[in-house]
Design a protein around this ligand. Structure first.
Ligand code: FES
Length: 253
């Protein structure tokens, strides 16, 4: 009898504890209900189950709505950031541009270059001079020294033996556009006189390095200049790195 009474008391305590826990959870997590609903709910039965179900589905709906709003906001924020970081420049300066067919760019020896006719062609959309040197161009280097220097200066050797360079039009001194001068077969900046060879190599003037150049490649017979990929690390050449001899004709002022 004593043992049975003890067990009964323990069961009552456990039941009370469970009920209190339920009520606490109720208070914190559940939306407010009317006093009538409260009475029916705690009275049990089918109506209570129906109310409980309704409250549960409303809570799920609210949670899912909040998650959906949060997800949409996050997606929009990430998309906005990516657009700012990587604007869509397809087909514009700042992307890879098809600048014409290989046949549009007649190759020539450096001494024979003429703008728009032989060896040097301007492409406004890419702000680039496409240089096409004949395969029998005389370089000052040879062997691995030549191939290493061609790589360092982003000069592309074509399958027919000719050489291509995409020179950025911007003077590396203070940014003026550099014109090509047929009369002295070289680039001469009108602003402060920086002077560059047909390969873009520095000749004289205040420029701190040689002209910058873009990556150039071929897509079949198309010539592609990637204006998003700039090599701006070609220093003043010296005897061990200069590719082409300076032009024999001086530029008149
Ligand atoms: S901007 Fe070309 S030399 Fe100064």
């Amino acid at each position: 009898m004593g043992v049975a009474l003890g067990e009964y008391v323990l069961q009552l305590i456990a039941a009370d504890k469970t009920e209190r826990t339920t009520l606490i959870t109720d208070d914190v997590n559940r939306p407010q209900i009317t006093p009538q609903q409260y009475e029916v709910l705690h009275g049990g039965g089918a109506e209570a189950a129906e109310i409980a179900k309704e409250r549960l589905s409303r809570r799920r709906f609210l949670r899912r709505s909040m998650l959906a709003v949060w997800g949409l906001s996050t997606t929009a924020a990430v998309a906005g950031s990516l657009y700012m970081l990587y604007p869509n420049l397809a087909g514009q300066f700042g992307s890879a541009l098809n600048v014409g067919k290989k046949a549009d760019f007649t190759a020539a020896k450096p001494s024979d270059f003429k703008i728009g006719q032989a060896g040097v062609f301007y492409r406004q959309e890419a702000k680039t001079y496409v240089m096409h040197l004949a395969k029998d161009t005389q370089f000052l280097l040879n062997g691995s020294n030549l191939s290493d220097q061609l790589d360092a200066e982003s000069v592309v050797k074509d399958s027919d033996g000719s050489y291509w360079i995409a020179l950025y039009q911007r003077c590396v001194h203070l940014g003026c556009t550099v014109p090509f001068r047929d009369n002295c077969v070289s680039f001469k900046c009108p602003c402060h006189g920086s002077h560059y060879n047909v390969t873009g190599e520095f000749l004289d003037g205040p420029a701190p390095r040689s002209l910058d150049r873009f990556a150039l490649s071929f897509n079949g017979e198309d010539v592609v200049v990637d204006t998003a990929t700039l090599n701006n690390k070609v220093p003043h050449p010296d005897q061990t790195t200069r590719l082409i001899a300076p032009p024999s004709v001086a530029c008149s002022v």
